[in-house]
Design a protein around this ligand. Structure first.
Ligand code: SAH
Ligand code: TMP
Ligand code: ZN
Length: 406
């Protein structure tokens, strides 16, 4: 039996996706013979409430010198992180000369705002290719994995932090105890931690099972995050739902007693109770919902093929790896996936081996249907793609339900 990564209680899986490739493991067609795979199963810990992968590839397989995800590819995300940074500066940073640390700073999409404001900052980003983009913008960056040990070194060399920020990375890290301990060491007594990740409540409500892939060790809730940080003398003082990545939660955390606790925390925990997030039956139902979503999507794609329609994927997201492999979508059902990221183009998608082509190929010869794999960016994409719709093109979506938008 596997043990909970947070509290070491034995847990059993509620969903088993079988053998899966890496979500961001885009590969050259000639490499497709020896693709790495691992067993993707998800469990719920009845003791501490944490939803988690039971097995995960080594971190060096996921985060390295050729990491495929550049945060800056989405204009909306750049605006989102600008607003995030402004909230930190306006509401949380003391006057004087504050120090801001960000874990998983990627290409500097958040820290560029602190740099522009002349605020002392440090990014911690182990994937060297994306970190280089940030360093080229003049953003101070350490190309290492954050841990308790690194926190001690930063304190010794640069002092404690007023704010510790993280977006879409806390939930990636199985050695979460070292991270929480590191934060408690690095953070000033009056400091604030703010991080956001895809929210378990949204995943359950929308059956957005594509949030489950190798990098997403955890699906957090306010309950499970509170349990985790309480072990390190900290507490959740506010929670703020976000629309990014299909529904995320921003957690504001401080040393226990250092800051007033907003009533939002208790309200959201009550909502989580009502959603059934602490009951195993909720996860059994989620599995059935995933199965039925898969059946519907495959029936639709097969019908369209039988009718001779062209279907192209839009956005070679890491999430789409879960969809294509779990559903069994093959290149004869989806001709190619259009993506604007150069490092993904000319490759094939992990496991399903659907070709990834530059966006221009989509625009040059519109398909009948576009399967919206980047559904979390749908507002931005729908705005951009008016011409596709006007020319008679239709969107296929699968969150919260399989549907055609036209
Ligand atoms: N914050 C950005 C990037 C998220 S992708 C955004 O929200 O768009 C997650 C990033 O975290 C990757 O760039 C990865 O290299 C980095 N990462 C993974 N483990 C880490 C760790 N232990 N410490 C710091 N960064 C880490
Ligand atoms: P994400 O869902 O992990 O943010 O990844 C989004 C992917 O979709 C990324 O590879 C870039 C791609 N993309 C496009 O190709 N076109 C777009 O308009 C947007 C917003 C993203
Ligand atoms: Zn647990």
């Amino acid at each position: 039996m596997k043990l909970c990564l947070v509290c070491a209680t034995g847990i059993t899986p509620f969903i088993d996706f079988g053998s899966m490739p890496l979500g961001n493991g885009f590969l050259l067609p000639e490499q497709s013979g020896d693709e790495y795979r691992y067993r993707m199963q998800v469990g719920f810990c009845p003791e501490c409430g944490m939803v988690q992968l039971l097995e995960q590839p080594d971190r060096e397989r996921m985060f390295h010198d050729n990491y495929a995800f550049f945060s800056g590819t989405s204009r909306f995300m750049a605006l989102h992180f600008q607003a995030f940074a402004e909230q930190v500066m306006n509401d949380f940073l003391p006057s004087g000369a504050p120090f801001v640390v960000e874990m998983g700073s990627n290409d500097g999409i958040m820290l560029q705002n602190f740099k522009a404001a002349g605020i002392r900052h440090l990014g911690i980003e182990p994937s060297k290719n994306v970190a280089q983009v940030a360093m080229d913008k003049g953003i101070s960056t350490l190309t290492e994995f954050f841990s308790a040990e690194l926190a001690r070194r930063i304190v010794a060399e640069q002092g404690q932090a007023d704010a510790f920020l993280a977006a879409n990375v806390m939930c990636h890290i199985p050695y979460i105890h070292s991270i929480a301990e590191g934060i408690s060491i690095l953070l000033k007594p009056s400091g604030v931690v703010m991080f956001e990740d895809p929210y378990l409540g949204d995943v359950i409500e929308k059956t957005s099972y594509d949030q489950i892939y190798d990098e997403h060790t955890f699906l957090f809730s306010v309950g499970s995050v509170s349990n985790l940080f309480e072990r390190y003398g900290m507490e959740v003082v506010d929670v703020q739902p976000q629309s990014t990545h299909g529904g995320s939660m921003r957690y504001v955390i401080a040393h226990r007693g250092a800051r007033p606790v907003s009533p939002n925390v208790a309200t959201q925990r009550m909502r989580e109770e009502r959603m059934g997030l602490s009951r195993p039956e909720t996860y059994e139902q989620f599995r059935r919902n995933c199965e039925s979503s898969r059946t519907q999507l495959m029936a639709l794609l097969r019908d369209l093929k039988a009718d001779g329609k062209r279907v192209v994927g839009y956005g070679a997201t890491s999430k789409s790896t879960t969809i294509t492999n779990y559903c069994g979508i093959t290149p004869d059902l989806v001709e190619f996936i259009s993506d604007t990221t150069p490092i993904k183009q000319g490759k094939v998608s992990p496991g399903a081996h659907i070709p990834v082509r530059p966006y221009e190929e989509f625009a040059r010869n519109y398909p009948d249907y576009a399967l919206l794999f980047a559904w979390n960016h749908s507002r931005e994409i729908m705005e951009k793609e008016e011409a596709f719709r006007k020319s008679g093109g239709k969107w296929i979506v699968y969150v919260p339900e399989v549907a055609i938008l036209g």
